[in-house]
Design a binder for this molecule. Structure first.
Ligand code: NAP
Length: 317
């Protein structure tokens, strides 16, 4: 499959909130016109433009997607300025996702539960907020392992972070078989388990407090929990740096497990290497990145996303 070319060599790699506020008409005058962006601080590393520009091109849609740097102080006004500058929508990444939730005029329930918006649709003067990380993860899981989240007993590492919370909320919305939350700072895992447990009440054998639990990040506790799990997810930052240790030691892993690492940079993390060495099925976070992006595209354009063009653009990075 051919890799779509970059949209325009004239376009700077990062725009600023100041440009959006002081020159809102600039974006429509570029060729192609800028209609979508990702806000972040920092944002220069984001590979979302490659994926979304490939999608626009594959669908023959006008416009282009750029990186837009905004500080925490600049972000509220910059998000509000999208409508005037002719944007269709935006993605939001670290650290602005909670702020985007507060700014949007309408927010879907899932994003509210996550406490974070990663996708904004400009609807006239109105900003509508969504969070596609959880449903993107569900699609990634189906693609990688041919399984449904709702059928699984899940052990989630890094439950206290933004990605961890989004996945935990999705587990609760889907009422997966069992969810065990683990976090470096255990009080966050405990608080989230308490918050989500009522959503697990059903006529199944286990009660809500047995189906949604938390555990300490110690080898003994993890060994006990892994014995009751089908799927282990790493949503912590461990594995992002090349020098990071494995999120779990090899001797805790067994061949019956599915192991998903949300880290997508650098291919195989030490956790995935350990999982494969144990005979487990393992996948990295590129598929989650792809599917959360595809869902954002569907939100903006109300049509299915060109997955293969988007995947090829991500893999080329
Ligand atoms: P975040 O909000 O900053 O959360 C970081 C999480 O990692 C927290 O739970 C934190 O625990 C934990 N952590 C950090 N250093 C740790 C260490 N040395 N040992 C154990 N736990 C540690 O970040 P985020 O946005 O959720 O991102 C977390 C991961 O998800 C990253 O690897 C990122 O690449 C990945 N992610 C992937 C996608 C995708 O589409 N594939 C999307 C979003 C994020 P404390 O609460 O104790 O600080």
């Amino acid at each position: 499959m051919s890799i779509p070319a970059a949209p325009s060599t004239e376009t700077p790699s990062v725009f600023t909130a100041r440009q959006l506020l002081e020159q809102p008409t600039l974006f429509a005058t570029l060729d192609p016109a800028v209609t979508l962006c990702v806000f972040g601080d920092p944002v220069a590393h984001s590979i979302s433009p490659a994926m979304h520009n490939a999608a626009l091109k594959a669908c023959g849609l006008p416009g282009q997607y750029v990186r837009l740097h905004a500080t925490a102080e600049e972000f509220p006004a910059a998000l509000r300025a999208l409508a005037k500058a002719g944007f269709t929508g935006a993605n939001v990444t670290i650290p602005h996702k909670p702020a985007a939730l507060a700014i949007c005029d309408e927010v879907e329930e899932r994003a509210r539960l996550c406490g974070a918006v990663n996708t904004v649709l400009v609807d006239g003067e109105k900003l509508c907020g969504f969070n596609t990380d959880g449903p993107g993860f569900v699609r990634a899981l189906r693609e990688e392992f041919y399984v449904d989240l709702r059928d699984l007993r899940v052990l989630l590492l890094g439950a206290g972070g933004g990605a961890g919370r989004a996945i935990a909320v999705q587990c609760a919305l889907e009422r997966c078989e069992r969810l065990c939350l683990v976090n470096r700072s255990p009080e966050k895992a405990k608080a989230l388990a308490t918050e989500l447990a009522p959503r697990f009440s059903s006529d199944r054998l286990l009660g809500p407090t047995e189906r949604c639990v938390w555990a300490e990040w110690t080898e003994d506790c993890l060994a006990q929990e892994i014995a009751q799990s089908d799927l282990i997810i790493n949503a912590s930052s461990i594995g992002m740096r090349r020098t990071d240790p494995a999120a779990l030691p090899a001797h805790l892993l067994t061949a019956n497990l599915l192991v998903y690492d949300t880290v997508y940079a650098g291919g195989r993390t030490p956790l995935l290497e350990n999982a494969e060495a144990a005979g487990a099925r393992a996948a990295n976070g590129l598929s989650m990145l792809l599917h959360q992006g595809a869902l954002a595209f569907e939100t903006w354009f109300n049509r299915s996303a060109p997955l293969e063009a988007m995947r090829a653009a991500l893999q080329a990075h």
